[in-house]
Design a protein around this ligand. Structure first.
Ligand SMILES: Nc1nc2c(ncn2[C@@H]2O[C@H](COP(=O)(O)OP(=O)(O)OP(=O)(O)O)[C@@H](O)[C@H]2O)c(=O)[nH]1
Ligand SMILES: [Mg+2]
Length: 542
């Protein structure tokens, strides 16, 4: 039996790696920044700073994110809190960026689902929850924006249970709501924690009193009475917490708070650290790869070009799954069969980075990538393994992009190649077309906006767009010649994707369904990598 390195074992046990997911605008980035306050990474939320660098780097660091106030790309942030090493992945909520969110979820051991008290469980939250359920990722719930008028907390619990089919068990309960939100109650202990002040910028204290003795001049007697009634009701009729069911994805512990005013965030963080599992195994081609595998193994889940405008390089983010990583170590890159020495390894914090000497399972390493790494690539020491591939979803928007200035074609090509490598957009080409122009494709229209914006701001090339009439793609297990022999409507285009796989582009869903019925022997897939069971079932969710 392999001997487990005690240092690795200890480091694994104190690591917590999780992703924050939800519908747009529920408050993921705001919550992320408030959580970082507790790690001492920032002085004032909204101006997240890396520990070493003095430059400001918020979770939404991209120029477009700052301009539009939405996250378009996931961000990795790390902080230490009371002996734990927390790796936090802030994801974009918008459907158009769901591929990025999905890839990021592959790197997380747990998810925090943020729900807006006024809006309840929204559509994108529901979809992302289904992805977590499919992958059996445990989900905690943070009901946010309690500082604003919203729905009844009991109604929110009911909605989580009915829409998501998961038991919702509150770990704290709001005391008052809207302007009267002034504390949280621990239902198990029947203790109220009253917040000290209203400053959202700094950590602040609270005063704990038994619920039975609760008296506070900020509180109306009817609020206290109602809270007591609700707590009694929860104890009598609610489900009780069960760690096994939570870890299995059947039950979600629920916390209430306000990321904006910082109320309830510390209670949430402590509750989260108690519940979130340490790094869990990942699936490889020879079965699960345990964190106790003695040799290093990890996979690339995200690539980002121009993270830091001063460096203008590309960073591949690797989730460490097993063993100990040391800078300068030589690893095998099974896709190319090459051995590589990993010299430029970084701990990335938003947009900032510092050299990383070692890393353990659960950690995320940023490797400077001169182009040899692709999304989903495995890196390992010892026997070669391959982790599950990262699927690519069927696009819904197709277009040809051209550089307005022909003199800048080179920059345009380089920019496009780097954005393709990131998975920011997909590309198809028609091997039989007279004019061999690349067809760009995206799950959402906003992805095109991002690509055009970035080509302009990062590669200084202005583009024009010509939309194509296709609405969806289906990958087929055939080469283009065989695919052209299928019984297909004349409007269907047979293409190959950027990895050489054959796909069909359809103008309507009806055309795709009809073609599938006409060609029962051919395997049509809405997700690339669809021969893997997890990817195939994803197609039904997204
Ligand atoms: N009143 C109130 N507003 C909040 C709270 N949390 C976030 N907001 C506001 O909600 C808006 C969206 O917040 P973000 O944190 O950017 O939301 P997000 O979930 O990261 O959004 P995407 O990344 O674009 O999906 C911002 O205007 C925040 O100031 C809260 O607790 N209370
Ligand atoms: Mg965000």
């Amino acid at each position: 039996m392999a001997i487990i390195d005690p240092v690795v074992e200890r480091e694994v046990s104190r690591r917590r790696t999780f992703a924050i997911i939800s519908h747009p605008d529920a408050g993921k980035t705001t919550l992320t920044e408030k959580l970082l306050l507790f790690g001492g990474c920032i002085d004032v939320a909204g101006a997240v700073r890396g520990r070493k660098s003095q430059r400001s780097a918020t979770s939404d660091w991209m120029e477009l994110e700052k301009q539009r106030g939405i996250s378009v790309s996931s961000t990795v942030l790390t902080f230490d809190f009371e002996g734990f090493r927390v790796n936090l992945l802030d994801t974009p909520g918008h459907h158009d960026f769901s591929e990025d969110t999905y890839r990021t979820l592959m790197a997380a051991d747990c998810a925090v689902m943020v729900i807006d008290l006024a809006k309840g469980v929204e559509s994108q939250t529901e979809k992302l929850f289904r992805v977590c359920a499919l992958r059996r990722i445990p989900v905690l719930t943070f009901v946010n924006k309690v500082d604003r008028p919203g729905r009844e907390p009991l109604a929110i619990l009911g909605e989580i249970e009915s829409k998501l089919g998961i038991a919702a068990v509150p770990h704290n309960w709001p005391l008052g709501a809207g302007r009267d939100f002034c504390g949280v109650v621990d239902p198990a202990m029947r203790t109220a924690h009253l917040f000290d002040d209203r400053s959202g910028d700094k950590r602040f204290g609270f005063r704990s009193v038994p619920l039975a003795e609760l008296r506070d001049n900020r509180l109306r007697p009817e609020t206290v009475a109602r809270t007591r009634e609700e707590i009694d009701l929860l104890r009598a009729a609610g489900e009780s917490f069960d760690l096994g069911r939570f870890r299995n994805g059947e039950l979600s512990p629920v916390f209430f708070g306000s990321a904006l005013t910082n109320h309830g965030v510390e209670h949430f963080l402590r509750g989260f650290l108690e519940l979130c599992p340490p790094p869990t195994p990942r699936i490889g081609d020879f079965g699960p790869v345990a964190t106790s595998r003695p040799e290093f193994a990890g996979f690339v889940f995200k690539i980002q070009a121009n993270l830091d405008p001063r460096h203008r390089d590309r960073v591949a983010f690797v989730r460490v799954c097993a063993g100990r990583f040391e800078r300068e170590m030589e690893v095998l890159h099974p896709r190319s069969g090459k051995k590589l020495r990993l010299r430029r390894a970084h701990r990335v914090f938003g947009q900032d980075r510092e050299t990383m000497e070692e890393a353990f399972p659960g950690d995320i390493i940023g490797l400077v990538n001169p182009g040899e790494f692709h999304l989903g690539d495995t890196l390992c020491v010892g026997d070669p393994i391959n982790f599950e591939p990262l699927p690519q979803f069927s696009p819904e928007y197709f277009a040809v992009l051209r550089s307005r200035d022909t003199a800048r074609r080179k920059q345009f090509q380089r920019g496009l190649e780097q954005l393709l490598e990131e998975g920011a957009i997909q590309m198809f080409s028609d091997p039989r077309a007279a004019r061999r122009e690349s067809i760009l494709a995206a799950v959402g229209e906003l992805q095109f906006d991002v690509v055009r914006f970035r080509l302009e701001s990062e590669y200084n090339t202005d583009t024009e767009i010509e939309w194509l009439p296709y609405k969806l793609a289906r990958w087929v297990d055939a080469d283009p010649q065989q695919a052209a022999m299928l019984a297909l409507p004349s409007t269907v285009r047979v293409v190959t994707d950027q990895f050489g796989s054959t796909a069909l582009l359809f103008r309507t869903k009806w055309d795709a369904e009809y073609s599938e019925r006409q060609n029962p022997a051919a395997q049509f897939s809405a997700v690339r990598g669809g021969r893997f069971p997890s990817a195939a079932s994803l197609a039904g969710v997204l």
